[in-house]
Design a binder for this molecule. Sequence first.
Ligand code: NAD
Length: 347
Amino acid sequence: MTQPSDKALVPFVSVDNMMRLVHHIGVEQMITQIAAQIEADFKRWESFDKTPRIPAHSPHGVIELMPTSDGEAYGFKYVNGHPKNTSEGLQTVTAFGLLADVYTGYPTLLTEMTLLTALRTAATSALVGRYLAPTNATTMAMIGNGAQSEFQCLAFKAMCGISTVRLYDTDPNATAKCSKNLRGKGLTVVPCTTPEEAIEGAQIVTTCTADKKYATILTDNMVGPGVHINAIGGDCPGKTELHRDILLRSDIFVEYPEQTRIEGEIQALDEDHPVTEMWQVINGTAKGRVDDRQITLFDSVGFAIEDFSALRYVKQAIEGTGFFEPLDMLADPDDPRDLFGMLMRAG
Ligand code: NAD
């Protein structure tokens, strides 16, 4: 039987290899490096094809495709959101992704993206935090202590100087898990029993909960002047976390308005409510935080370019390492037109 040529073998990063890669680089280091890649890609925002992600909704959850291309590379992520999954011992969010060469159309990387999504989401949050959070921020409230939470806490520690995290979850087991996982990681961790307690003295409030409903994790009276809100969990039609009055008092920053208006907190606002695109803040053409009393809100939903940045980061990071397996996923007949002949010879 003919062996596939090297150019037809696609590097595949399994969950196991992704974990080895993260340990090799270090969680905080890797988040910081992915953030640098995202920042560089946001600066060249206009060179990307952009579309709101393509969802398939069901009563059980949502399955989404997130494609983009810069003309040289093409990437997509497959990701689900199933809040009911945790009660069945399954993850709310799982993902995998692919990078391809636009010139040949051949895939150049296939990778798990459940861990990578948590890393890139944390990287994006902290990157945005650098532009919007009060410069002297030391304390973050982390509301929702599920799968994303430790990544968020460590990203804000590594990139925004956060030294204390105040944790709250409706499920005390989730808070206990998060506290335990953050032990020895250089953060002062304060488990709290109410959201009000969690936000005490916090300059940054991260909300990362998963119920598919118009939830009010934060009410208006809980948000004081000068706070930066990093709202991660509202990322689907019919799923928000903040009371509308908070939005009306905040300066709102988004990734890609066309997607955020469908999925983000701002689905509760008029379609022409002003928002600022983060890529413009990052490239210096729009203002971020302008004063100490301003409430800034990052209405995060997760955008394809962040995944593209993370995919390209992984592709470079695995070069010359053993953290991948070559995958025989492309048919590669010696004569490109003789696909059938290749099949028959294999018999
Ligand atoms: P998860 O299910 O692991 O954790 C969610 C946690 O929220 C659970 O521990 C749950 O008990 C808690 N919770 C639910 N209602 C709450 C409430 N009212 N107050 C406090 N805690 C509450 O989910 P996850 O993987 O951590 O993801 C959380 C959310 O973030 C999901 O909705 C997901 O879609 C979203 N997400 C967004 C992005 C992005 O880029 N914006 C990326 C990844 C995940």
